[in-house]
Design a binder for this molecule. Structure first.
Ligand code: DC
Length: 224
């Protein structure tokens, strides 16, 4: 954790609604929102673009050494360029969906990106969503949430977005990997979003933040 700034960690499986919840929550509290999955996707996009086998960890690590990765914030949202290029909508391509779990299982990739995620705290209080934010990136934050939903609901959500995404398979890979697997971090408030709308989930996170003293912090964001 930084000296003064604080992180709200939102973890959960693919298509659990955590990105949307993180976005709405960050806007409501006037905080920066960091999508850590986009960072793993950006590195994967470069792996795919160069025709590197995503399962070839040595080749992925060699590429990593060459990459210039820059992270920032624009209008409250995290941004990232790889070699000066923002991959944009290509981050969500079928090829990236299929390769991202392999690339994000490479420990060296995680080391580089976790360091960049921690650096984002210098820019102010933030909401960060991902798989290991409460367990690895900001283990000391008391503000941890785990957003879940049934596999069927999550598959339907991705299909409604027009994406081909084997969410169940991706989760199994993300949960099985040795380094920083997807798991419910100790102390996290678990919210099942299967039957809830976004606003209802956001309400639950605000309630959880209140119980954990977010709004009582000195200089902390007051709820509007
Ligand atoms: O949240 P997402 O579906 O955009 O994430 C894409 C992939 O990135 C996910 O399958 C696993 C990986 N990821 C990770 O390993 N750790 C994170 N903190 C965020 C994402």
């Amino acid at each position: 954790m930084g000296e003064t700034h604080c992180a709200i960690a939102i973890d959960g499986p693919a298509a659990s609604g955590k990105s949307t919840v993180a976005k709405v929550l960050a806007k409501r509290l006037g905080l920066n929102m960091v999508n850590s999955g986009a960072m793993y996707r950006a590195v994967t996009w470069e792996v795919v673009r160069r025709g590197i086998d995503p399962q070839d960890a040595a080749a992925v690590v060699a590429l990593l050494g060459e990459l210039v990765i820059e992270c920032g914030v624009c209008a409250g949202h995290s941004t990232m360029t790889v070699g000066g290029v923002d991959p944009g909508a290509e981050l969500r391509s079928d090829a990236v969906n299929a390769a991202v779990s392999s690339v994000s299982a490479v420990p060296e990739v995680r080391e580089v990106l976790v360091a960049k995620q921690r650096e984002m705290l210098r820019l102010g209080d933030l909401v960060m969503e991902g798989r290991d934010i409460g367990s690895v990136v900001f283990p000391d934050t008391p503000f941890k949430f785990y957003i879940d939903a049934s596999e069927e609901v999550r598959r339907k959500r991705r299909a409604a977005e027009g994406q081909q995404d084997e969410v169940g398979e991706r989760d199994r890979q993300d949960a099985r990997r040795k380094t920083s697997p997807l798991k419910i971090s100790e102390g996290a408030l678990v919210i099942d979003s299967s039957e809830l709308g976004i606003e209802e989930v956001v309400e639950k996170t605000v309630e959880g933040l209140r119980e954990r003293g977010w709004f009582d912090r000195e200089g902390g964001a007051k709820q509007s």
